[in-house]
Design a protein around this ligand. Sequence first.
Ligand code: 13P
Length: 252
Amino acid sequence: MTRTPFVAGNWKMFKTVGEAEMFISGLLPRVSSSEGVDVAICVPFTDLQAMVDSTRGSRVQVFAQNMHEAATGAFTGEVSAPMLADLDVHGVVLGHSERRQYFNETDRALAEKVPAALEAGLVPILCVGETEAEREEGAMERKLRHQVQEDLENVPVERLHEVVIAYEPIWAIGTGKVATPEQAQEACAFVRALVAGIDADAAGAIRIQYGGSVKADNAAELLALPDIDGALVGGASLEPASFAAIVEAARA
Ligand code: 13P
């Protein structure tokens, strides 16, 4: 099973429209010949329209960072999957640990959000991962099993392979403390085995990214691992040169 590598930059709450335009004009020439790698930027809602317009016809896809599970409704301040799809947004990050930690994102809601994204034609990047304490207590597998099983429970089996899963150990996010290749491979293989528990064909096709302090100088080693099909990059995705270097590492 060949899986196309997928490198996505999660900007988090960074970049005004002007800053986003500066970034994209630096990125597009650097990745224009990156055949064989899917490339995405996951941007704040306010940057979506400008980035969709500026990347049209390029190899860079535009993702949102969150959405509500309902298509419409009295949910002040929220944005739905059909609204994102209507802007020609390609996909959406769901269940990022920062949303789980600071905004009370629950697995219950994610079990609705993941199929709602697919239904609207968006590619979901579902984030999962353990805290440092959970890893030290030997609770990593229990946490990952719970997240993967509950968050994917309403996805039709025939669409499971369209989901992207990002394994992001929380202790590696924004800390400069990257998982060792052994830790990253072990966890991503475990996530794939969990998917195999739902459907073996989907497990062979589904793409699993590693996220957590991915930089230009550690990306090649992580991306070469058998169960790692790409990266979800935070800090190093904010500069065109460092992000493009990670995309380049995925081609090797
Ligand atoms: P850093 O790459 O800054 O550690 O962030 C990882 C992340 O949270 C991507 O979603």
